[in-house]
Design a protein. Sequence first.
Lengths: 273, 269
Amino acid sequence: VTRPSRPRALADFYLTVMRTAVQEQFQYRAANYAYTIGMVAEPVIYLVVWSTVARAQGGAVGGFTPGAFAAYYIVWTLVRTMNIVFTPYGWEWRIREGRLSAMLLWPIHPIHFDLAYFAGWKFVAIVLWLPIALALSLVFHPQLHVTALEAAVFAAAIWGAYLIRSMLLWVLGMVTFWTTRVSALYDLYFTAELLLSGRLVPLALMPAWALGLAGAAPFKWTFGFPIEALVGDLPPGRLLAGLGMQALWVAAGALLVALVWRAGVRRYTAVNN
Amino acid sequence: VAARARALLRPVTIAWLSFRIGAMAELQYRVNFFVQLFQSLVALGTALAVLALVFSHTPALAGWSPDELLVVVGVHFIMGGLIRTGIQPSMLRMIQDIREGTLDYALTKPEDAQLLVSVREIRIWQAVDVLVGAVVLGVALGRLQAAVGPPAALGFAAALLLGAVMIYCFWLILAIGAFWFVRIEFIVELFDGIYQAGRWPVTVYPGWLRTGLTFLVPLAFAVTVPAQGMTGRLNGRTLLAAAAFAVFLAAATRWLWTRALRRYSGASA
């Protein structure tokens, strides 16, 4: 028997898990749809409020017209979909129920399973998202001028965003190895992310000091940057530099995952199985 | 006469008993109070940051000043706390019972089943949001220097009560969906997502959305109308309309409930 080479085996693993995820999640399309529709409430609220502000200010606020806000928050819905990864709350379940025990027996790092599974799920989510984007566009009239380069950078950046957020939330979830009182920490993390990522509002509308804070944090590379790559008018240099920053945070995230995993898994004692 | 009065008071007695049992169970976990307080304060901080951000770009939003919007935030917290304390937990329990067939235990009791499923679960620590909301409301009224007389306070209390009734009906209608679709736990996220829209006065939203948030999801009655009561915007006609809609919704919910029960076949049988 000849064993396939390691990269080849890993690629096979990813393809298989992704295919499974597509088949599995497509069965739950109604639940997936309801989830997506619930998710749409959030950007629609932001969009309506900021459009109202723009109109009260004579048609634009911080350079954003209602049409520009519409483009921002409709692209937001796709980026949000890409941002859904294995939840840190899931780690408690994983550890309490001993699910991790089986994963520890695998010959590959368990993060590959999460990365592959959720990546496969994205294809289902994107297909279900298309009609919603169309409906939102018909209602809110976005103004969007996209160049070929912007589209290409966006297509890469949403996967960069996916990788960064996957890694960061894995690290956050692994805190459960040390303590199960995690809800306060998660709350703080998600609040910081909401305010500093561009999820709440385009970062350009934030005060200068908050912008400085956002620049130092990883959050905007998972949210604001992909959106602005498509709807903003960033020059090619800034677009490519943004992808570079994403690559940097992917590397930093991978390093963190490796370090925290190595320390945390020693503290793991299976509860059952 | 005494017997009839007791029969009329029976639902209140049952609800109170159920509340006491739930409270005793939850009082064992006192640390949860501080966890909940922390979470409420983080949520409040976020809400205030968003208000500050919006009003750094505009002096008023659809005719509401910053302090008036603070009133809306306070009411939104109060109503959200009421929902998560007394409405949502029982509804989730009912959805779970329908799926697992354990609704039998409620249906076989010699009391009205709708009443029983509506008061079975309570999360008292979630009521921290009600306190936080009341403080926010007080601060906002202080800053507005509004003299809230007895009629305004009464109108506010009535509007809040009617709003809670309507939200209860809406949640029960959602939960009744489980009789047909079984797996509907995701509606919590659906509801929470939509409930966030109440953070802003519904007058901000475009017409079709405002109609939806008034009659489809009664957020306008649950949050905006009570807030109007505290900011001198509420008139008797609006309050009357709220009362009429609450009665209509309660009757429609009751009708739907009796029809839905016929679909339930249990799992233990």
